[in-house]
Design a protein around this ligand. Structure first.
Ligand code: GAR
Length: 208
């Protein structure tokens, strides 16, 4: 439901592709009216994303824009932007959205799209960050909240949390510990941005 009680809080659309545990943390936080952000809608690129069920369970509207429904990537990009526009968000948060956003979305929401990534960028960008970090043999990895630009995981970094790699870790156990750090980093960062915005100065992004 949109704005059920004249909700004046900062408006976020969350995009997700998977199980949506990060989204769940945000939904839980936003259930407190004192939390400065509201989730006005959740969008996905696949109709079986568990994130959609999590949103629906608490009455947050959902939309799905599958790439396969469109003749070109550009058509998909336009459709996704239009779907997001319906919700008039102040910010977009990609919480496990496994698609590269196109130029329509990036232009319309320039400087207002946040991603969370399961590694300490600029190390291990891309879709297999946890596997890549483990394969490289790093002893510390973590998670990064950053603004999205036209590159893949290259935008200015807003916040990071480190996570130690254990000798016994496999991709699944390490990703689960990263996601524990990621959930609290995401909730704290979204709250701070909702309250105070985010300033970009070259490569540096900070919350004033
Ligand atoms: C998170 O670890 C997020 O950083 C990652 O997907 C996971 C989503 O978890 N995103 C990416 O890898 C984007 N390249 P969840 O579905 O449990 O919220």
């Amino acid at each position: 439901m949109d704005n059920p009680h004249g909700d004046q809080r900062t408006r976020f659309v969350v995009l997700a592709s998977g199980t949506g545990t990060l989204l769940q943390s945000l939904l839980n936080a936003a259930a407190d009216p004192g939390f400065p952000a509201q989730i006005v809608a959740v969008g996905a690129d696949v109709d079986d994303a568990m994130a959609l069920d999590r949103a629906a369970q608490v009455g947050v509207p959902t939309f799905v824009v599958p790439v396969s429904d469109y003749a070109t990537r550009s058509d998909w990009d336009q459709a996704l932007t239009s779907a997001i526009d319906q919700w008039n968000p102040d910010w977009i948060f990609c919480a496990g959205f496994m698609r590269i956003l196109g130029s329509a979305t990036l232009t319309k929401y320039a400087g207002r799209i946040i991603n969370t990534h399961p590694a300490l960028l600029p190390s291990f960008p891309g879709a297999h960050a946890v596997r890549d970090a483990l394969g490289y043999g790093v002893r510390v990895t973590g998670c990064t909240m950053h603004l999205i630009d036209e590159g893949v995981d290259t935008g200015p970094i807003i916040a990071q949390s480190p996570v130690h790699v254990d000798a016994s870790d496999d991709e699944s156990s390490l990703h689960e510990r990263i996601k524990m750090a990621e959930r609290s980093l995401a909730v704290g960062t979204i709250a701070a941005i909702a309250s105070r915005g985010c300033v970009v100065d070259g490569r540096r992004a900070y919350i004033p």
